[in-house]
Design a protein around this ligand. Structure first.
Ligand SMILES: Nc1nc2c(ncn2[C@@H]2O[C@H](COP(=O)(O)OP(=O)(O)OP(=O)(O)O)[C@@H](O)[C@H]2O)c(=O)[nH]1
Ligand SMILES: [Mg+2]
Length: 356
């Protein structure tokens, strides 16, 4: 990366990182064990997206064949998203701008099938485009925190024409935005500049969390992901609990768990792109209470400080500083940069334990 446009702090991080690389190369030691990184966090916080980035950056990138496998998921994300918006229009008593779109809402309301092939999606392209332009749908979309809409739905609805082509192959960016909840435990091993890493991704929704304990052995570091933009949303699981409050509660149990006293815990305030946009028109203070907010809730820096304090304040052992980053897991360059810093933090602290 060109260092000319980085802050002094970031430049120092790059220098440190290069030094670690040089030392690793010079020592040419054998690794006694792999670095096991556990990805934890509530549902939809971005764990699997982060893992996809590890694959893109350090592993075997998604080739055409691998990307085609995501096609049914993309179709499903589009159709389910449109159906959710169509239902919301009715439930919130919002009039549609055009009658023809009302008819399509009826079709969507009854839509149940799973599209697997391009020729089955083509018929929906035009009505979906018209629907997404309708002021009624736009109004429902602006009230999306009152119902459950995936964060990638607007991204895909903007791209319906491209997705609707008969020779459609999802791009790498489409793969990163596609959403499929994790239900089991996913292991991914890669070498990052000759250091063996093993990532473990788990399902974050409540019903999947009892499986987390199976992965707690021999952990080197935990990347805890929190959806920083979800402060105005409630959980899919119970439709009552605030998503940020849930995330902080889970973080509290993990960070204070004695099993992890020698584990590096690094917090990712993810979905930073969505946070930047949301603070402009929604005050976090209207949803999260009990912790003092200093500054202006429409100022990103003040919100970042508040979020940091919110999570930092639940830690009982405060000898170490809280490692945290604001991240956008769908942005490969951002994750490349952040992961480099994470890797350095981990190697710095655990190098003696992992090298023979
Ligand atoms: N805009 C934006 N979308 C993101 C970001 N990170 C993840 N997403 C999207 O958010 C959705 C949920 O991400 P996942 O990676 O599936 O979340 P998860 O934590 O693995 O969720 P579970 O498997 O249910 O625990 C996907 O559609 C992602 O593309 C981000 O930083 N910005
Ligand atoms: Mg997942």
């Amino acid at each position: 990366m060109a260092t000319c446009c980085l802050s002094e702090e970031d430049r120092a991080a790059v220098r440190r990182s290069r030094e670690i690389d040089r030392n690793l190369q010079a020592e040419k030691k054998q690794y006694r064990s792999e670095i096991k990184i556990l990805l934890l966090g509530a549902g939809e916080s971005g764990k699997s997206t982060f893992l996809k980035q590890m694959r893109i950056i350090h592993g075997e990138d998604f080739d055409d064949e691998a990307r085609i496998e995501f096609r049914p998921t993309v179709y499903h994300n589009v159709m389910k998203g449109a159906k959710t918006l169509a239902k919301a229009v009715r439930n919130l008593n919002i009039p549609m701008q055009h009658d023809s779109n009302e008819e399509f809402c009826d079709i969507l309301n009854n839509y149940k099938s799973n599209i697997l092939e391009p020729q089955d999606f083509v018929q929906y392209v035009e009505p979906l485009q018209a629907l997404w332009k309708d002021n009624g749908i736009r109004e429902a979309f602006s009230r999306r925190n009152e119902f459950q809409l995936g964060d990638s739905v607007p991204y895909f609805l903007e791209k319906v024409k491209e997705i609707g082509k008969l020779d459609y192959i999802p791009t790498r960016e489409h793969v990163l935005h596609s959403r499929k909840a994790t239900t089991g435990i996913v292991d991914y091993r890669i070498d990052v500049r000759n250091v063996p890493f093993r990532f473990v991704d788990v399902g974050g929704q409540r019903q999947h969390r009892q499986k987390w304990f199976q992965c707690f052995d021999e952990v080197t570091a935990i990347l805890f992901l929190c959806s920083s933009s979800a402060y105005d949303q409630v959980l899919v699981e119970d439709r009552v609990t605030n998503r940020l409050v849930e995330s902080r509660n889970i973080f509290e149990t993990i960070v204070n768990n004695r099993c992890f006293s020698s584990v590096s815990i690094i917090l990712f305030f993810n979905k930073y792109d969505l946070l930047c946009e949301k603070v402009l028109h929604k005050r976090i203070t209207d949803y999260i209470t009990g912790v003092k907010f200093e500054g202006d809730p429409h100022q990103l820096k003040d919100v970042e400080r508040f979020l940091t304090q919110l999570f930092d304040s639940v830690r009982t052992d405060r000898r170490q500083e809280l490692y945290r980053h604001f991240t956008t897991a769908t942005d490969t360059n951002n994750i490349k940069f952040v992961f480099r810093a994470v890797r350095d933090t981990i190697l710095h602290r655990h190098i003696d334990g992992i090298m023979g």
